[in-house]
Design a protein around this ligand. Structure first.
Ligand SMILES: *[C@@H]1O[C@H](CO)[C@@H](O)[C@H](O)[C@H]1NC(C)=O
Ligand SMILES: *[C@@H]1O[C@H](CO)[C@@H](O)[C@H](O)[C@H]1NC(C)=O
Length: 586
C-alpha cells in the first residue's frame, strides 16, 4: 500500500541516474560504463526527443529565458519500441520515464524510503540477499548459512505435526504430505540455529526430582499427582490422574515465569488424555490441545487449536513445540494473515494443563528447542527410509506439463543428499550408528539411472548428474545437484570402509561434471535454473533472483571445500549480475 503511494509520488521525480544508465544499456549502450560516453549519448537521445516535439506544460517565458536552468517539467510522449506510447517528463536536457514503467520493463526493484521527512528512492537491480557461509566447513558444522532459513514459517507449510514433529507441506497437493527435502531442510536449519544461539536457557517445571508438587493445581477432589519411579531409565517421574475430558480444567501448572515460548516434555498415557497449553494473545486466551488423534491440525474458529499426536498412547512421547508457530499455523486454518498479525500477537504462555491418566517427565519451558527439532527431522528420515534407501515423494511433479513429469513415488537426489547432511550431523552429535547407516543406505539410488527409478542422469551420455527431478528427458536442475554433492561430501568425510569409498566415488564423479558444465548455466546476466533449453526445445528457464542467490550461496560453500579456480571466477561473475553487471558482448 505504502508502495503504491510511493510510486505515484515518484512518477514525476523519477530517477535520473538509474534511468539514463539503464536506457543506455538497453538501447544505445555499446561501450562499457564511462562518464564521458554516457553524457554524449544522453545528449544524443535527448535531441531525438526534441525533434518529436513536446507537449509543454511549463510557462514558456521561464524556459526561454534560462534554457540551461529550466526548473519546470513538461510532459512528452515516449514511444516504446515503436509499439506503445507512455507519458514522460522533460526537464531541460533531461527526460524522466516513470519508475513504474522502468520496474516492469527491466524487472528491477525500488521503493521510496522516508526517514525524518527525508525521502529517497532505494533502487535495486535484484531483490535477494547473499548469505555467505562461515569460513570453515566440516560435516558437523553449520550447513551453508541455513540459520537464515525459516522452513516452518513458509506459507506452503501447513504445520509441524505433533505426531512426528516435522513439517507437512501443501505445495503440490492440498491434502498435505511430508516432503523429504523440506523435512531435511527443517532439520538443517534448526541445527544451524542451535550453533548460532547455543544451548537455550530453560526453566524446568516438573521432572519428578523434587518432592514438592506445590506448583500443581487440581481441578477437583478426585484428581491427584504423585512422584513415582519411572519405568524408563529408572528416573523419577510424576504420575497424574484426572478426567480426560477437555470440558474439565485439567491439572494445571503456571508457565509464564520467564517468557519462554517453546516447551518440551516426555509423557506417557494410560487412558486417553491430552496436554493443553494456554496462551494469552491480543485477542484473548487461545488453548492449544495436543490430543490423540490422526488429524494433524484443527481450529474451532474461536479459541481452541488441536494438534494430533497420532495413536501412540501407552508409549513414551517426546514432544518439543514452538508455540508461536503452533499458534500461527492453527489460526491460519480459519483466519487471514492480516487479521492474525493485527490482533493475535502472542503475549505470553499462561499455563500448562494435563488431562487423563499418565506420567510426565522433563516438563520444561525453553528459549528454543532447536536440537529437538533437528532430531525430529533425523528420526523421521530414519523411520521413513524405504528398502531402496530412498525417501519416495508420494505426489506427482509436473516440472513441465506434458514434457517433464514424475508420477508419485519418485526420488530426488536433492532429498537424498540433504537427508545425508542431516543424518551425518545426527550421527556425529549422538554417535548412534542408525543415523550413519541410513545415510550410507541413501547412496544406492545415486548409482541407478533416472529411467530405472534412480536419480542419475548423464549429460551427453557421459557426465554423471544427480537429478533433483529425475525426469526423462533430463532437466539438470543446478541447485538440487549441488545440494546433493554437499550431502555426499559430508558422508565421504564421515563414513568408513565401503560406504566411504562409495560416497567418494559418487562425489568425485559429480564434481567433475559440475566443473565441466557449470558455464552452461551462465546467461551473461544471470543464471539458468536448469538445462531444459538444451534437452528439449523449450525456452530457457532463467533462475529468478532468489535461485540465482542460492547458486551463489552454494558456490561460496563449494569454494571452501574445493579451491578450484572455476568456482571463484564463476562466483565473482554471478555476484556481479546481482548489481546489474553483464558479461561483455562481441
Ligand atoms: C481422546 O480425546 C480427544 C480429545 O478430547 C478426542 O478427540 C478423542 O476422540 C479421544 N479418543 C478416544 C479414543 O476416546
Ligand atoms: C528426561 O530427560 C532425561 C535427560 O535428558 C532423560 O535421560 C530421561 O530419559 C527423560 N525422561 C523420559 C521419561 O524420557
Amino acid at each position: 500500500m505504502r508502495f503504491n503511494r510511493a510510486v505515484k509520488l515518484v512518477a514525476l521525480v523519477a530517477i535520473l541516474s538509474c534511468m539514463v544508465t539503464i536506457c543506455l544499456w538497453s538501447t544505445c549502450g555499446t561501450r562499457p560504463y564511462s562518464v564521458g560516453a554516457e553524457e554524449n549519448q544522453a545528449n544524443f537521445v535527448l535531441t531525438e526527443y526534441h525533434k518529436r516535439g513536446t507537449n509543454s506544460i511549463s510557462s514558456s517565458d521561464q524556459g526561454q529565458a534560462e534554457p540551461r536552468r529550466v526548473e519546470e517539467y513538461h510532459q512528452i510522449d515516449c514511444n516504446i519500441n515503436s509499439e506503445t506510447t507512455i507519458k514522460c517528463r522533460r526537464e531541460g536536457p533531461e527526460v524522466y520515464i516513470p519508475f513504474s514503467f522502468i520496474k516492469k520493463y527491466f524487472e528491477v526493484y525500488g521503493e521510496v524510503e522516508e526517514t525524518d521527512e527525508y525521502e529517497r528512492l532505494e533502487f535495486h537491480h535484484s531483490n535477494s540477499i547473499v548469505h555467505p557461509p562461515r569460513a570453515t566447513y566440516s560435516p558437523d558444522s553449520m550447513f551453508m548459512a541455513f540459520d537464515h532459513y525459516n522452513v516452518e514459517g513458509r506459507d506452503r507449510v501447513k504445520c509441524v505435526t505433533a505426531s512426528e514433529g516435522v513439517p507437512i507441506t501443501v505445495q503440490w497437493s492440498k491434502d498435505g504430505y511430508h516432503y523429504p527435502i523440506q523435512v531435511a531442510q527443517y532439520g538443517l536449519s534448526h541445527h544451524a540455529k542451535h550453533i548460532v544461539s547455543g544451548d537455550p536457557d530453560q526453566l524446568v517445571l516438573e521432572d519428578g526430582e523434587e518432592d514438592s508438587l506445590d506448583g500443581w493445581v487440581m481441578p477437583d477432589k478426585k484428581s491427584q499427582v504423585k512422584i513415582t519411579a519411572g519405568d524408563k531409565n529408572h528416573n523419577r517421574v510424576m504420575e497424574f490422574l484426572t478426567s480426560d475430558s477437555l470440558l474439565t480444567k485439567g491439572i494445571t501448572i503456571a508457565a509464564d515465569e520467564k517468557g519462554y515460548k517453546t516447551f518440551l516434555l516426555d509423557v506417557r498415557f494410560v487412558t486417553n488424555g491430552s496436554i493443553t497449553v494456554v496462551l494469552e494473545t491480543g485477542a484473548g486466551d487461545i488453548k492449544i490441545h495436543y490430543v490423540f488423534s490422526s488429524v494433524d491440525i484443527y481450529f474451532d474458529g474461536k479459541s481452541n487449536i488441536y494438534y494430533g499426536m497420532g495413536e501412540r498412547r501407552s508409549e513414551w512421547i517426546h514432544l518439543a513445540r514452538d508455540l508461536k508457530c503452533d499458534l500461527l499455523k492453527g489460526l491460519l486454518i480459519k483466519l487471514k494473515m492480516e487479521t492474525i498479525k493485527k490482533s493475535y500477537g502472542l503475549n505470553r504462555v499462561v499455563e500448562i494443563r494435563l488431562h487423563g491418566h499418565g506420567w510426565v517427565d522433563n516438563l520444561t519451558m525453553s528459549q528454543s528447542v532447536h536440537m529437538d527439532q533437528f532430531y525430529d527431522a533425523a528420526n523421521w528420515l530414519v523411520r521413513h527410509q524405504d528398502e531402496r534407501g530412498g525417501w519416495p515423494i508420494m505426489v506427482a511433479r509436473h516440472l513441465v506439463v506434458g514434457v517433464m513429469e514424475l508420477p508419485p513415488g519418485w526420488y530426488s537426489a536433492m532429498g537424498q543428499g540433504q537427508a545425508m547432511s542431516v543424518l551425518v550431523r545426527a550421527y556425529l552429535h549422538s554417535k548412534q550408528d542408525k543415523y550413519l547407516q541410513a545415510a550410507i543406505n541413501a547412496l544406492r539410488l545415486f548409482e541407478v539411472d533416472s529411467s530405472q527409478g534412480g536419480v542419475r542422469a548423464r549429460f551427453l551420455g557421459k557426465l554423471d548428474w544427480y537429478e533433483e527431478y529425475p525426469t526423462t528427458p533430463s532437466s539438470f536442475v543446478l541447485n538440487g545437484f549441488i545440494y546433493s554433492l554437499l550431502g555426499l561430501y559430508d558422508l565421504k568425510l564421515t563414513a568408513k570402509g565401503e560406504g566411504q569409498a562409495q560416497a567418494e566415488r559418487i562425489y568425485n564423479s559429480g564434481m567433475k561434471s559440475l566443473k565441466t558444465i557449470i558455464g552452461l548455466y551462465d546467461s551473461g546476466a544471470g543464471t539458468f535454473y536448469d538445462l531444459r533449453h538444451v534437452t528439449t526445445t523449450l525456452e530457457p528457464n532463467r533462475a529468478r533472483w532468489d535461485y540465482h542467490t542460492t547458486h551463489i550461496n552454494q558456490l561460496l560453500q563449494l569454494m571452501i571445500i574445493d579451491d578450484d579456480e572455476i568456482f571463484k571466477t564463476t562466483c565473482q561473475r554471478w555476484l556481479g549480475y546481482l548489481k546489474g553487471k553483464r558479461s561483455r558482448h562481441n
